[in-house]
Design a protein around this ligand. Structure first.
Ligand SMILES: [Zn+2]
Length: 498
């Protein structure tokens, strides 16, 4: 059991939790955003990140500090907290990024971890090897071995009460990600960054990111806090949290600002293209686009960075609220509409519905069926997996609209796309309290037909009739031939819903 991370609430595989950081003497609420602070260039002062934006933890790079004489001397003398002016928790990276970028670095895991401890880091990082997406399998395996050696080296370092990251690599090979996750979880380390996803995110490969994280999560334990390393665009927080990511870091707020780019929860705009600011943060309240454009370079960069931070922290609060309210997947659905690549990410998430379903808890906010994809949500699957527990009478009518008077059935159950059949007594039970559109689509009907098929498979001797409201042929084709079909729309019957 890892005693520094506690899950308080859950929705899909997303968690509201608490990461205890003993060296900083703070508890960080997760999911959390760690602003990336470049010690050479404080776009927004760390003290302001804390007081104005609510940052409880930030991340900076110990390799940059170590390799700059002034910074190193100050960090060794004052410690990172004093040097940066930040009282929350500080995580440090090790130079792995520089290793990936330039092919070599002049430090080792043992040395850089000892240095991180010395300068007062609260969460340190060994030198892992980020393998880019689509690298050869041979390379990905060789890199994993090097990362495993780095973890073994890290285990020999006296880190005191500094927490230590155990990175999970494996490029785009799900089995390698899963194995790396299992090996990382087997260590005594504390936080689990899923690495080298930035190239996927930059290329809008959200579906590949989802597959990589889902694989890593299969290897990790439920009590492992997971950091989606390098992911800082608010557009994808809901998706990544729903997968079970707990920590995010954002360099995006500052990097994008430098390029004149303005973040929103549905994408990135260029300041030059904006005629209106779709935001109510203090910056957007005070300025209009022309005012921002007229600011001089450094000032404009700072103003944009502050807006970017506001919108980023705001989205993280929204995600936390959604977990609390049990409607995280509804938020994921909304965000999935912002870009086709995000929709691919959501669809990839639904490919992992059985994995999500294992972590999901039973009762949440009202299920809103608002898209084709809703039919593939884990709650639909869970309902259908449990149909074999229900007692089925000899003669059963499944009806979308009530029952004919004077019928001879033993029982009449409801059938609601996308869930399928259930006894009326369960109507007030989650997720069957769902709000569904009156104008059902084929995907929901197919899912409901699969529910009918599951019920019949568990009760092959029952005499089942399905009264449906003009379902599409491909949905009806999924209903077992033993079921008697009645098309209510053909009868012109639209009774009150039972
Ligand atoms: Zn704003």
């Amino acid at each position: 059991m890892r005693d520094n991370f506690e899950v308080r609430d859950q929705d899909a595989a997303g968690r509201l939790g608490e990461l205890t950081v003993p060296r900083a003497g703070v508890t960080v609420e997760t999911p959390a955003l760690l602003p990336v602070v470049n010690p050479n260039l404080l776009t927004v002062e760390p003290a302001r990140l804390e007081s104005e934006f609510g940052a409880e933890i930030l991340i900076t790079n110990s390799y940059i500090v170590r390799n700059d004489d002034d910074l190193r001397e100050r960090a060794e003398r004052e410690g990172l907290h004093e040097m940066l002016g930040f009282e929350g928790a500080i995580m440090t990276d090790s130079g792995s990024f520089q290793l990936a970028e330039y092919g070599e670095i002049d430090t080792t895991t043992r040395e850089i971890l000892a240095f991180q401890r010395e300068i007062g880091s609260d969460v340190g990082t060994p030198v892992d090897v980020p393998t880019p997406p689509d690298a050869s399998r041979e390379r990905a395996e060789a890199d994993l071995e090097t990362t495993a050696e780095a973890l073994a080296d890290a285990a020999t370092v006296d880190v005191g009460d500094m927490l230590v990251n155990a990175p999970v690599q494996g490029a785009t090979y799900p089995d390698l990600r899963e194995r790396a996750g299992r090996e990382a979880a087997a260590t005594d380390f504390d936080v689990f960054p899923v690495g080298a996803v930035v190239p996927m995110l930059n290329a809008y490969r959200y579906d590949d990111m989802v597959d990589a994280v889902a694989a890593a999560k299969r290897g990790l334990d439920a009590d492992c806090p997971v950091h989606l390393f390098g992911a800082g665009h608010p557009m994808m927080f809901a998706l990544a949290v729903a997968l079970g990511c707990d920590l995010f870091d954002s360099a995006a707020y500052a990097l994008y600002a430098r390029d004149g780019r303005y973040l929103t929860v549905s994408g990135t705009e260029h300041l030059d293209d904006l005629e209106y600011l779709p935001c109510s943060c203090p910056i957007c309240h005070e300025y209009d686009p022309a005012g921002l454009r007229a600011a001089d370079g450094d000032e404009r960069e700072r103003l944009l960075a502050e807006h970017n931070l506001h919108v980023t922290f705001e989205e993280m609060r929204r995600v936390k609220g959604a977990i609390r309210d049990g409607d995280l997947l509804e938020l994921v659905e909304q965000r999935a509409r912002s870009h086709p690549a995000m929709l691919d990410g959501y669809r990839a998430l639904l490919d992992h519905a059985p994995q999500l379903e294992r972590e999901d808890h039973a009762s949440k906010g009202t299920f809103f069926a608002v898209s084709h994809e809703s039919a593939r949500r884990p709650e639909v699957r869970r309902h259908q997996d449990r149909l074999d527990r229900l007692a089925v009478p000899d003669r059963l009518l499944l009806s979308e609209y009530g029952a004919p008077s004077g019928h001879g059935y033993d029982e009449v159950w409801r059938v609601v796309p996308p869930f399928g059949p259930f006894p009326r007594a369960l109507s007030e039970t989650y997720p069957l309290t769902a709000e569904t559109p009156d104008r059902t689509d084929a995907a929901a009907e197919r899912a409901a037909a699969e529910g009918v098929a599951a019920l019949v498979a568990a009760n092959p001797d029952a005499d089942v009739t399905l009264a449906h409201d003009g379902w599409h042929g491909d949905a009806l084709a999924l209903v077992p031939t033993s079921v008697t079909l009645e098309d209510l729309s053909a009868l012109g019957e639209r009774n009150e819903s039972p």
